[in-house]
Design a protein around this ligand. Structure first.
Ligand SMILES: Cc1cc2nc3c(=O)[nH]c(=O)nc-3n(C[C@H](O)[C@H](O)[C@H](O)COP(=O)(O)OP(=O)(O)OC[C@H]3O[C@@H](n4cnc5c(N)ncnc54)[C@H](O)[C@@H]3O)c2cc1C
Length: 296
């Protein structure tokens, strides 16, 4: 590690923290420095003190991240258990900090009879991750519900931004400025909630996805007018394996770590699937998961 952690935080950061402990694929080498702030004020104090040339990576629940085996240089900030405020604001608004799990947001909305928020139920990430990815499922999409967000930059400066300042599309979000991360969002839900829709959604996931196995959900985005899973399956790639990583038999757009996979295995399998699908169908699949860090 070639930088100093601000003195008042040295006893609280973890050095060389294996990121395999913090990703749903259970792979990933160490972060030089891993910081779990106590709350928003603690996070801002840390950012104010941290030298501005130290690379930063934000991590929610790591459910859409492939961290390479060599790990991540610089600081990883984990919002999990840190930014957890969740409250109803006015009749149809909900304020949620970035570390709130999407499932918890969905349950609160169900309690308050606010929707559509059912789609958040089965997304195993945080609000921050959902904002960064424009996570969505079954016709629902995060940013359709966002009114404004709070961001923080690397100096610890907090800003409020209206949703319309962001360019948002399918699993893609462009911020008006580089170098800002999400602290919180206020959502607006025009309708009521439906227990039946939540149950149907969870049942659909149970039937079609490899629940309980180590994966990151859909590996590739769907190309316009088609489905990545269909292209992969029709190229005969279900069950294709590299080391401990395998294309799921249940859902072709999922790659499973059977227990011993390295990030290298998974990345090689991703590249192999891309190549095979391109040869067979002429379409280049684009990874939805974020691939970060250094090779071992
Ligand atoms: C079983 C399974 C099912 C899934 N189903 C779906 C689905 O139906 N629909 C869907 O869209 N996704 C799905 N996913 C993928 C994933 O859950 C979502 O993309 C989720 O929004 C990621 O949230 P996270 O907190 O885990 O983010 P992480 O994986 O930790 O991070 C993802 C990206 O967001 C960035 N990020 C995280 N927090 C912040 C922040 N506060 N500010 C700025 N950037 C931040 C990270 O730097 C990274 O680039 C699934 C994953 C799994 C494992």
């Amino acid at each position: 590690m070639s930088f100093a952690v601000p003195a008042e935080f040295t006893s609280r950061v973890r050095l060389e923290e294996p990121l395999s402990r913090h990703t749903s694929w259970h792979v990933g080498g160490p972060a030089d420095v891993f910081f779990m702030p106590r709350d928003r004020a603690d996070l801002i104090a840390f950012l104010e003190e941290l030298p501005t040339d130290v690379p930063l990576l934000w991590l929610g629940l790591g459910s859409n991240m492939l961290v390479r085996d060599g790990g991540v240089r610089g600081v990883v900030i984990s919002t999990r258990d840190a930014l957890t405020a969740l409250e109803r604001r006015e009749e149809r608004g909900v304020y949620a900090e970035a570390g709130v799990p999407c499932a918890k947001l969905a349950r609160a909305c169900a309690r308050w009879d606010l929707g559509p928020a059912e789609f958040f139920t089965g997304i195993p990430g945080t609000v921050g991750g959902a904002l960064a990815m424009n996570a969505g499922a079954f016709q629902g999409e995060t940013w359709r519900q966002v009114r404004w967000v709070e961001t923080v930059d690397r100096h610890g400066v907090v800003r409020e931004r209206d949703a319309d300042q962001f360019h948002v599309s399918y699993r893609h979000v462009e911020a008006p400025e580089e170098g800002e991360w999400f602290l919180a969002a206020t959502f607006h839900f025009a309708g009521g909630s439906s227990d039946e829709a939540t149950r149907a959604l969870l049942e659909k996931r149970r039937q079609t996805q490899p629940i309980g196995e180590w994966n990151c959900g859909s590996v590739f985005t769907n190309p316009p007018g088609d489905h990545a899973a269909r292209l992969i399956e029709s190229a005969g790639l279900k069950g294709l394996r590299v080391g401990g990583a395998v294309v799921s038999d249940r859902h072709a757009n999922f790659i499973i770590n059977e227990g011993e996979a390295s990030a290298r295995d998974i990345e090689t399998l991703i590249e192999t699937v891309q190549r095979e699908v391109e040869q067979r169908h002429g379409a280049r699949l684009v990874p939805e998961c974020r691939i970060v860090g250094e090779a071992a």
